[in-house]
Design a protein around this ligand. Structure first.
Ligand code: AMP
Ligand code: MG
Length: 313
């Protein structure tokens, strides 16, 4: 099966929506990274997502919907969800809430957990596709499990061609990091740092978020230690260069590629996965990475880099 590359015009979106309603898998751009979409109500489509990615079935998926009202059909809503959704949806924030018994989703989506992760994306192409399909779309990042997330249609076809029906080409992703995940089934908890900084969430809540303890069985699955891995090993906080290494820089350093010569974290987030893909293609023996400040989007960047550098299973 050769992957169809669809334009993000009305014809391309109509084709993508038809494929989704037939149970086929379609990758599409969001502001975070490209998602691998399938109808969240269709067991065969959802099983196909796990299969195409080689993703373990105990790692649940995020369901993408067009608006808050639709989200409420699938989860039990609460006041904190209301506050965060009105501040940050559409956008790079995923909320984990109790799954409604009448949700009608494939049990594979939630890995049979009693909770569901749900998000309203901001990217105009994602929104147009959700509106046209008119249903819940399960969509993890459109890459083989454990590898670098895709921020362009070319990354998607390089990783998944032959395994999925189509990709809608909407250009490069603006944020470039996966969504921030907040658990709201109990006290508000940061389950995964991401494209929405923790500081912004805490300002909206007027209180600090609990931090998820690693090893917590509920949220641990997707937080696997080795993830986002390029082919070459990664060395972090590099302030010198060792034999065989190429430098992925940040700020004013002499580097093979630079995440942001100006030291801007938003720019660095947008470039992160793109540059990791490119460093791999350059054939570095080891990828050395400059230190990144650990605040704002820097926390999510450092989270992804630590996983990229972790020992491989
Ligand atoms: P990805 O789709 O690759 O961005 O990964 C989705 C992330 O959402 C993974 O880290 C999952 O563990 C997490 N996730 C999805 N559903 C839930 C849930 N019900 N509870 C906790 N985490 C979840
Ligand atoms: Mg992923």
């Amino acid at each position: 099966m050769k992957i169809e590359i669809l334009p993000s015009d009305p014809d391309g979106l109509a084709r993508a929506a038809t494929l989704l309603s037939e149970g086929a898998l379609v990758a599409f751009p969001t502001e975070t990274v490209y998602g691998l979409g399938g109808d969240a109500r269709n067991d065969r489509a959802v099983a196909g997502i796990f299969d195409a990615k080689g993703r373990p079935q105990f790692n649940p998926l995020i369901v993408h919907v067009d608006c808050v009202e639709t989200a409420k059909r699938y989860v039990t809503w609460n006041d904190t969800a209301d506050r965060l959704a009105s501040a940050f949806w559409p956008g790079p924030l995923t909320l984990v809430l109790p799954l409604r018994p009448d949700a009608g989703l494939s049990p594979l989506v939630t890995a049979e957990l009693p909770t569901l992760a749900v998000r309203v994306p901001a990217h105009p192409v994602a929104r147009a596709l959700l509106a046209q399909f008119d249903g819940p779309v399960a969509a993890p990042s459109a890459n083989p499990s454990g590898r670098i997330s895709p921020t362009s249609a070319a990354h998607v076809s390089a990783g998944l061609s032959g395994r999925i029906a189509a990709v809608v080409d909407g250009g490069a992703c603006e944020v470039g990091l996966e969504s921030t995940i907040v658990g709201l089934a109990d006290a508000p908890t940061l389950l995964r740092p991401g494209g929405l900084p923790q500081e912004a969430l805490e300002a909206a809540l007027g209180a600090p978020l609990a931090l998820h303890a690693s090893g917590d069985p509920l949220s641990a699955p997707g937080q696997m230690t080795s993830h986002y891995a390029p082919g070459a090993p990664v060395r972090l906080n590099a302030t010198d260069l060792r034999p065989g290494e190429k430098l992925l820089g940040f700020g004013k350093v002499d580097a093979e590629l630079n995440l942001s010569p100006a030291g801007d974290l938003t720019e660095a987030a947008a470039n992160l996965f793109h540059h990791l893909h490119a460093m791999d293609a350059l054939g570095a023996e080891t990828i050395a990475v400059s230190p990144i400040p650990d605040h704002g989007l820097g926390r999510a960047i450092n989270d992804r880099l630590r996983r990229a550098a972790a020992p491989r299973p």
